[in-house]
Ligand binder design. Structure first.
Ligand code: CA
Ligand code: FE
Length: 303
């Protein structure tokens, strides 16, 4: 079976109180657990115990967690990862709060990802019996769920090959230098049926570009923008549309400078999806379809 989804993002923050306010009040996530300088949060439409972990001390990505279906899958992935030559180690249940055993992998780009099969089931805020479409007590942007992450790599093609060969991800879209001399600048890869579950663009190894939350539609993206104005959130770009993935978006920063995104739209993918190619001369349109230019922060700010 394919990898299920991006299950969690663990990031560092410089100011824990400011981060709690951002992720809880502005974005609307629920605080599930706090232990010392680490806080575990969940969005209202997620089933598992938490999806975002913020840890006080510094800035940037600690690791990404991808949920897999079974221990058998885990064993298959482990074997392929060894054959690929990436570093991995088994992790045991409880090493991560409320999380079962799994595999910790260091990508060729130095990012750490964890593959796991179980996390304590909590249920969504609206439940599974005659549910309302949304919870009445939602706060701020009321993000529905985690959607994807974009990381930087000195060699995006190598990381693409890792996800393709080892974990059966497929590229929905690829950004290349030019068709005659195709060098990969970026790749947007899926394991589920949305345009992307991980994306990789050329940049410094080990760094995070952003992680994104799902919203229902363009109106919710606009409303999130209003909330960001009310709360003086630093907005990077948007609301606008991406050419790549066709998503509707706002990029913004948490108080520590980690980039977040609210995202909706896009198309359906699947095993027979035909990969879309963008050439470097169309990068502006690919990233921000309407404005057609990259702002400087997009290519320079990583955490
Ligand atoms: Ca996705
Ligand atoms: Fe994104």
């Amino acid at each position: 079976m394919p990898v299920m989804r991006l299950g969690y993002v663990h990031v560092r923050v410089t100011d824990l109180d400011a981060a709690i306010n951002h992720y809880s009040n502005t974005l609307g996530m629920k605080i599930m657990h706090q232990e010392g300088g680490t806080v575990y949060l969940k969005s209202w439409d997620e089933h598992d115990h938490h999806s975002v972990i913020i840890e006080e001390g510094g800035v940037g990505l600690v690791k990404l967690g991808y949920k897999v279906t079974s221990s058998d899958d885990l064993a298959v992935f482990e074997k392929r990862i060894q054959q690929f030559g990436a570093t991995s180690e088994r992790m045991s249940a409880g090493e991560n709060l409320k999380t079962g055993d799994g595999l910790r992998v260091v990508l060729p780009s130095d990012h750490v990802i964890e593959l796991y099969t179980d996390m304590e089931y909590v249920g969504t805020e609206t439940g599974t019996l005659n549910p309302d479409p949304w919870p009445r007590d939602q706060r701020g942007a009321a993000v529905h769920r985690l959607d994807h992450a974009l990381v930087a790599a000195e060699d995006p093609a190598l990381v693409e090959r890792f996800f393709y060969d080892c974990l059966d991800f497929r590229p929905a879209e690829r950004l290349i230098t030019d068709p005659a001399q195709p060098e990969l600048i970026g790749t947007w890869m899926f394991c589920g049926q949305t345009p992307h579950d991980i994306a990789v663009i050329k940049g410094p190894n080990g760094k995070l570009h952003h992680f994104a939350y799902w919203l229902e539609d363009w109106n919710e993206v606009l409303k999130a923008g209003d909330v960001f104005a009310m709360d003086d959130v630093s907005v990077d770009v948007g609301p606008t549309r991406h050419g790549i993935t066709r998503g509707k978006t706002i990029y913004f920063f948490d108080p520590s400078g980690n980039r977040n995104e609210v995202f909706t739209g896009g198309y359906q993918t699947g095993p027979d999806f035909a990969t879309i190619t963008w050439t470097a001369d169309q990068t502006g349109k690919g990233i921000f379809y309407i404005g057609r230019t990259l702002n400087e922060a997009f290519t320079t700010v990583f955490t």
